[in-house]
Design a protein around this ligand. Sequence first.
Ligand SMILES: [Zn+2]
Length: 157
Amino acid sequence: MTAFRCVAIPTEIAERFRRTGLDDRGQPVHRRVVDGPGFPCRHCLRLGEPGEVMLLASYDLPHPQGVYWTPSPIFLHERSCQRFEAANEIAPIVLANGIVSVRSYDAEEMCLYDLGGVANGPESAPLLERALADPRVRYINIHTARPGCLLTAVEKL
Ligand SMILES: [Zn+2]
């Protein structure tokens, strides 16, 4: 497998959401208590545990820019958590998701439709490897396939 890293949202942004209570749209963040699966933190890239408080906020994705740019709803631990930094490990929140969408973009931030695909989270490695191995690919984002929320960006190392 091509060397890669799942790129969580920057710590400065997580801390800003926690400190100000406002998201990237200037809207108040929502608070949710974890009562089941489906609360993936985009900073530590782990699922919220039952009883933990999560923030729900709108995040402006750094890539792609241009016509494919989009904001995304994200969950984030309300408490401080450690940013995911591991190399060559698919993020736990991707592996835990029922169905994910792998989206690839080139250096001009245009979508490479031929590389797009959906897979069950635990079976997403081949789709990711196909994207990582393609020399056109500069940016990769993995989203939940049903609501379409960003789970994590992925970078080639
Ligand atoms: Zn977290």
